[in-house]
Every structure is written in C-alpha cells, then in structure tokens.
Ligand binder design. Sequence first.
Ligand code: ZN
Length: 128
Amino acid sequence: MPRWGRADLHMHTTVSDGWPTPSQLVEHAARRAGLDLIAITDHDTIEGARRAADYAARRTKLHVIVGEEVSSRDGHIIGLFLEHRVKPGLSAAATIHAIHEPVLADAAAGAHREPRAWSGLAGGRARF
Ligand SMILES: [Zn+2]
C-alpha cells in the first residue's frame, strides 16, 4: 500500500543560483525539513542534482530526482528524471521533446517507462 510523503520538486543549489551546496541541500531536506523526496532543478545543468543524488544514496533515506530547469526561448521548463542535460535556448516544443527523448526512444523499442518530464510542476505532496 502506498504511503503519503513530503516532497519539494523545485530546488536549486550553488551549481546554479541556489544557496546550499548539493550535499547541504540533502542534509537540510532530510534532517531538518523532514522531506522524503526532492527534485533538484538547477538552471540548465544536472550536475548538482547528480551530486546530491549520489550523496543522498550514501548517507540518507531521501529520494533525489535528477532534474533541470531549462531556459527555453519561451520560458523556463522543468524536466524531471533526467539522465542527460537539456541544452537551453530551444523553443518550448523542442525543449519538451528533448526532455522526453529517452522515453520516446524506449517506446519505439517497445519498453514501458513512466514519463520523465512535466512542465510547470510545483512542489507539494507526493504519493510513493
Ligand atoms: Zn527555479
């Protein structure tokens, strides 16, 4: 049976314009804020999210989603569950396509995966 947890799905680190380092953010989210799940969505990079995910896996029970806040020509778009950086400066449609590219490739190969990206997603309660 799923349980309810607490999540923040839009967080930044010093890798872009946030105040904490990736490890400081994990420590704060897990031990002070009492969150179960976070998505790190630095501007135009997934490096901080990768570092945080590695740190969290070694030292906490916090789940970290690797994300990116991509600066498209039409505004910022949040991509989640990313395995690659999406480059900035594309149109909104091209950015969303690039975020979903691995999923589309998997679908073509007959594999099923959950969607990896949502645009305009805000923090809130997550069920997992
Ligand atoms: Zn942001």
